[in-house]
Design a protein around this ligand. Sequence first.
Ligand code: ADP
Ligand code: GLC
Length: 482
Amino acid sequence: MEVLFVGSECAPFVKTGGLADVISAVPKALAGQGVHIRVLLPAYPALEKLAAKAKEVIRYDSLMGGPARVVEVKAEGLDLLLLEAKHLFDRPGNIYLGPDGKDWGDNAIRFGALCIAGADIAEKGAGRWKPDIVHVHDWQAGLIPVYLRQRGCNVPCIVSIHNVAFQGLFDDGLLEKLGISPSYFTPDGIEYYGRISFLKAALVFSEKIATVSPTYARELMSSEFGMGLEGVLQTRRTDLSGILNGIDLDVWNPETDPALPAGYSVRALKKKALAREELARRFGLEAPKGAPLFCVVSRLTSQKGLDLLVDVLPDLTGRGAALALLGTGDKQLEDSFLAATRRYPGQVGAVIGYDEALSHLMQGGADAILIPSRFEPCGLTQLYGLRYGTIPVVSRTGGLADTVIDANEAALVAECATGLQFSPVTAEALANAIHRACDLYSQPQVWSAMVRRAMKHPVGWESSAKSYAALYADLAVKSGKA
Ligand code: ADP
Ligand code: GLC
């Protein structure tokens, strides 16, 4: 089975969040399932060098106002198709935002071009390769299913929703430039309250819809979480499935992680303490005694609920615990955490920025990781936490609810707890969870049993890879491709 993945990020080349990890991990996980995946993504500056020496498979004299081409290349174990279009993608900094911190004004055109290239590959192939199925990820690839419908091309599509908060909404004046017939601009088509919605286009015109956890799949059909698309998703209920994300067990392996001062494992846990010391040192903290060292590794946005953490820092520090935070995003939140480092010297440390290696040290060195998200389609950092024996303290939502077993009385007696959950997502409930974590930490045997269990919890791709393979097989059968 040949599958074309289309998305806007792919680790390790370009990453702003978990989407990048998932796009690069699934092809490797599915290779053993008889599924071969090629990933189409824009040739941003980070990929330009790679693109320059790659083989051209499609050439455009003009694609959205400039010359462009698709090239094929293998890198980091992935089969890549790169869309080179310097007028659209040769820009420094963030791949979505200009230097003013706002979306690039031509994002509809930039990602519309990616969708045209995706549709061309599905319809006519790239060189000698042609996909049986197209798997589009998030709104940036959302127009592909409507282009294929418009062209009468019957290659089936599946769309993955990684985060329904991002829908790709644009002015309807762009229809002509995007090459979409006005007949699709209707409430049961791609129109969303008078605007073009890239994500809705994919939800309406794809054969199947996937999202990244079973709980988020259910939540998406409610007005609380659907962000206006719950109605569309309810009508597609039978085609919607939730498949949990996994993590790359080679990249996230505490035994071999080069970012840690020493490797450790569930059988030899002692050296986790060295990472704890190193983490405390890096953040200017006094490593707490008898109380946990918490960490946060996150985008600082309202989704992640970290404003609530600012409110409960008196609880955390009052218990003698400490916090190391690595994150970037909303200026106001960044400033709040920087202010907290001055208010609680030695107990709260923050690094504002994006630092992959430091994020590994944090997973290795902290005792617990705080994830108080208001919504979380899947979440990866709680999975890294489990693997590194860094107890996840999470809100009970989306993939967080599906991957962490709360240390309630019954779970402790049954010896199956792997972390702490709290609900509702309020400062009060978060404070309670932090107090519970401190109580458990003060019982070393209980805590260390939980750490060992967490480390054994399966967080790889094995089971989800099978679910994707089954989904593709089903789609291929239904569309007569198999
Ligand atoms: P989301 O995609 O919503 O941001 P996920 O938990 O799925 O949430 O994925 C976030 C990914 O980005 C993880 O791999 C996490 O380690 C990484 N990450 C987030 N913020 C930072 C940061 N400041 N520095 C390094 N890595 C980060
Ligand atoms: C999104 C979600 C996150 C998920 C990631 C990868 O960024 O916010 O929960 O883990 O996509 O699917």
